[in-house]
Design a protein around this ligand. Structure first.
Ligand SMILES: [Zn+2]
Length: 116
């Protein structure tokens, strides 16, 4: 595991430790940390103890905040419209997901899908 040690970890004073529960090795800045912090070695600490102050928002409010963020950064809002995923034979409409970032020729994507 020493091959994973880097000058950055040394300079930042990371500690290399082994979780007593799952036996996986991990890096931490907390010398006293006992477990790896992953599930199921450590319980979820944020349940009942959120990291910030949240107020319940409707999906409409979340969407508005999202769009306002991009408008503040020079983007222009356009009217909503459905997008047909012509480059995907397994879906009809483009969901709000990675589909939106798949571009290039449909043939190239089809070829990619045949390989994988
Ligand atoms: Zn663990």
């Amino acid at each position: 595991m020493e091959e994973l040690r880097t000058r950055l970890f040394d300079r930042m004073k990371f500690y290399r430790k082994q979780c007593p529960y799952c036996k996986h090795h991990y890096w931490t800045l907390n010398k006293d940390q006992e477990s790896c912090g992953d599930q199921p070695c450590t319980p979820y600490l944020f349940i009942g103890n959120p990291p910030g102050k949240f107020r319940p928002e409707s999906i409409r409010d979340v969407r508005e905040r999202f769009l306002n963020f991009f408008e503040r950064h020079g983007h222009v809002r356009i009217k909503r419209y459905p997008v047909v995923a012509r480059w995907r034979s397994d879906v009809y409409l483009v969901g709000a997901s990675i589909y939106d970032f798949q571009h290039g020729s449909p043939r190239a994507l089809y070829h990619h899908q045949q390989i994988h």
